[in-house]
Design a protein around this ligand. Sequence first.
Ligand code: SF4
Length: 335
Amino acid sequence: MIPHTIPTWQHKSWQEQLTNQITKPADLLSRLSLDNQWLPAAERAAALFPLRVSEAFVSRMRPGDPNDPLLLQVLPLEQEFAVTPGYSEDPLEEEKSNPAPGLIHKYHGRVLLIAAPHCAINCRYCFRRHFDYRQNTPSRTEWQAALAYIKTRPEIDEVILSGGDPLMLGDKQLRWLLTEIDAIPHITRIRIHSRLPVVLPDRFTSTLLELLSSARAQMVVVAHCNHSQEIDQSVEAVFEALKQAGITLLNQTVLLKNINDSANILIELSKRLFQSGVLPYYLHLLDRVSGTAHYEVDELDARRLREELLAQLPGYLVPTLVKEEPGAPSKTPIR
Ligand code: SF4
């Protein structure tokens, strides 16, 4: 019998895991025993938007399968060079709703603060793949301007921390920021959008859990999981720990062609999330950002999928199908 060995990355801290991420297409292909035929295109497309993926996420991919649904979310492809009408670098026109560096105020009652510029993964379909993070890389001075904006607007009762991924901040910075937000009396909810429960489960240390559970405001974590294969025991343990810490857990999924555009896959995902204490919240149509058209599922097919989910699942397991439209007062539900 072959003795079971623990991969070396599992002995590392979350910071070390970030330092040792896979960023070279050749390393990713070799790690998955895949042929080098995809290498030239992957290297070219990685120049548009770098490859970045954690060992934890790669460990859930199927070796030898070029169609693995997790691999297809991170492998740079030739199609990213396609110029498609209707696709742009800022499809949501966020730069028009950017009153202070790092702050996006699009919707009534809530603001989105870009707390950290980077992610522990570069999803190829990312709607912020062209966003100017250099202009929106936060520092305390910039956060002060954003906090001042929020303090003078009592109609804002929710701050959404986004990114990049807000939990890429170190504990010290995160503590400072959360404490400042929590001290604003009219803020009653702090929502954290993070892919780290799935991509870097070891980020959820006891210090982070204590930090998240100690806020006065209600804390909501919205995970981003697109396929049930993304959820293994380590991810379930994070969800359980967050639940035990009294945090409300929701999930958002992006509907992606050849990755999760089937009723069975979405049903399995909803069930798996709920078993882990997470409510399926949104199923997003792709934002039309340049270089991502090959991921788009058209609206008619998305509606059909939603009908199938409604026919086969209780309503609370069916995420709301939405798209984002520039200038709209909220996400637009699709019925
Ligand atoms: S986790 Fe979200 S913000 Fe980060 S690369 Fe993926 S889609 Fe973009």
